[in-house]
Ligand binder design. Structure first.
Ligand code: N01
Length: 519
């Protein structure tokens, strides 16, 4: 086994280094603290807690998972304003939870991880970080890394000829530029995913003209939205168990849908019928209706919910463009005419919004994590696709825990449930390491291979494999390394205890020598 040697610089020693202050990192901090594991730090590149809910501020940003389920089980919120919460409310919720838990003194904001390397001699991770506000870089020496860096956090810009030369304002949906006044402007939006269907109806109300560039239509069903009444909120707050009951009802309803995705995709025709009715209600033009009607099975890509998307596309100041984009000039988007193969159309614009999603199956952060044998996580995953034991731990990367790792995302329910399941497992791992005097835990190659093979097998009958679409769920090998292929309670049961027997472990030796800032 090659030994990684890293130059020794003054460093801060901690037991646990948590990356990211979104739902995942915050839950890890709170639960570690409750378990008595108090020696941790949370590094966050953004200026506050909240993760995606602090960063994604595009107009119309709301959650498409019902509020009752989009909160921690240990911090229910009786004050949600609506069935689906707006971004600002979710962000404020995370802030409140962090404050009430008393963990914020361990959070270091505006600080990004530059790289993390496993130091075999010290049996520690050496993590270099950079604080953007001060320009200062420093090193942590950590027993474990708990990564909550997010599955949908690195914006992916489209690779379109000429895009760099565009002279107007351009920004990604996840990095909204609120300084740009869109009133009366000619705006283009590239993409028609979950972000676009929320922001387009808001832009339509203010811009002069909007071109929406659609590569593939999505199935969009109505959003059963309403505000919670004062009485409902009072009941949630004061009647013992009332909100848990409401939450359980939503959970059961969403969970009931899972088998359609994972085993019986034909059932998803019901969703397709709902969606077609949604289209027929909002759009009278048969050409536009055809353009927005998908030809693959519903659920193959994420099913979207909106009452405003189709009416916005049907508005007089909006054009849905389905001709492929060939290039972008200094002030226009150029498309090819597929019927002639030679003609092109140029549509001038002032502002270009790219709602083109994120790096999911090749997360850029993996390039900066170097494991036991000196290889980066990106190198390992480039060869075989993303893989992790129980979506959480990775062979070759001791004491690294990944929240929202491979095959843990959902198409049908709340990620907070999955995050809490993983956090329980990780806290149990920390407890186990302490109790059994272990310096390192690393899933055995066999355990990880077996888990990955079972994921591949279980993906075969799912709609994501059979549904006839391309999606961000699939990697370059065509494998779905993103979603959990089952019910969420099954995932929780798999992670109910830290199964140390599936791990290669090393006992603690006399205190390893690490150079720290105090020396
Ligand atoms: O990104 P996406 P998103 N030329 O990848 C198109 C979560 N989310 O930010 O389908 C032209 O889904 C691409 O086309 P195609 C949720 O999990 C949640 O919208 O690949 N078009 C697609 O239409 C969601 O699934 C909420 O053919 C290009 C779009 O851009 C995930 O985030 C809200 C292109 C990208 O869609 C990502 O959603 C928002 C190109 N070169 C997001 N490249 C909630 O409410 C890409 N596209 C919780």
């Amino acid at each position: 086994m090659a030994e990684k040697t890293t130059p020794r610089t003054a460093a801060t020693a901690v037991d646990h280094l948590i990356v990211g202050a979104g739902f995942a990192g915050l839950a890890a901090a709170i639960k570690l603290q409750e378990a008595g594991e108090r020696d941790f730090v949370v590094v966050e590149k953004d200026s506050d807690v909240g993760g995606t809910w602090h960063i994604n501020t595009y107009p119309g940003a709301e959650c498409d998972v019902p509020s009752q389920l989009y909160s921690y089980s240990f911090a229910l919120n009786p004050d949600w304003s609506k069935v689906y919460s707006p971004q600002q409310e979710i962000w404020e919720y995370t802030k409140r939870v962090a404050e009430e838990a008393g963990v914020l003194d361990r959070f270091v904001f505006d600080t990004a991880v530059l790289d993390a390397a496993w130091d075999e001699a010290a049996q520690r991770w050496r993590v270099r970080v950079l604080t953007s506000s001060t320009g200062e870089s420093r090193e942590y020496v950590a027993r474990t890394i708990i990564s909550g860096s997010g599955g949908l956090s690195e914006p992916r810009l489209p690779e379109i000829e000429g895009i760099d030369a565009f002279q107007g304002e351009i920004f990604h949906s996840a990095r909204w530029n609120h300084d740009v006044d869109l009133a009366g402007k000619r705006v283009a939006v590239i993409g028609t995913g979950a972000s676009a269907i929320q922001l387009v109806p808001e832009l339509q109300k203010v811009v002069g003209h909007l071109d929406v560039y659609q590569r593939t239509p999505n199935w969009v069903i109505p959003r059963n939205e309403r505000r919670f009444t004062g009485i409902e909120k009072a009941v949630f707050r004061h009647v013992p168990g009332a909100q848990r009951l409401a939450r359980a009802a939503v959970y059961a309803q969403l969970e009931g849908r899972a088998p359609a995705f994972t085993r019986f995709p034909a059932l998803l025709q019901v969703v397709e019928r709902q969606c077609k009715k949604n289209i027929a209600k909002a759009i009278s033009d048969p050409v536009l209706r055809e353009k927005v009607t998908p030809t693959y099975r519903a659920g193959c890509k994420r099913i979207l919910i909106s009452n405003a998307w189709y009416p916005a596309l049907a508005a007089d100041n909006v054009d849905l463009v389905t001709d492929p984009i060939t290039k972008i000039t200094g002030d226009a988007v150029v498309t090819a005419d597929p019927s002639t193969g030679s003609g092109t159309t140029e549509r001038p614009i002032d502002v270009l919004v790219v709602a083109t999603g994120f790096y999911v199956t090749e997360p850029p952060i993996a390039q900066h994590i170097t494991g036991r044998d000196g290889r980066t996580l990106a190198d390992v995953w480039d060869e075989q696709g993303m893989a992790a034991y129980k979506g959480t731990t990775i062979h070759g990367f001791p004491n690294l825990f990944q929240i929202v790792g491979p095959n843990t995302a959902l198409g049908h329910s709340s990620m907070i449930f999955m995050i809490e399941s993983q956090v329980r497992y990780i806290v149990d791992a920390a407890r186990t390491m302490r109790r059994e005097g272990l310096a390192t835990v690393e899933p055995s190659a066999e355990a990880q291979a077996e888990w990955t093979a079972s994921m591949r097998e279980r993906m075969k009958p799912t709609v994501w494999t059979t549904g006839g679409c391309a999606s961000w769920y699939l990697d370059k090998f065509g494998n779905n390394t993103t979603l959990w292929p089952g019910q969420t309670f099954t995932f929780r049961s798999h992670l109910s205890r830290f199964d140390v027997d599936k791990y290669d472990v090393a006992p603690l030796t006399p205190a390893p020598r690490v150079t720290t800032a105090e020396e």
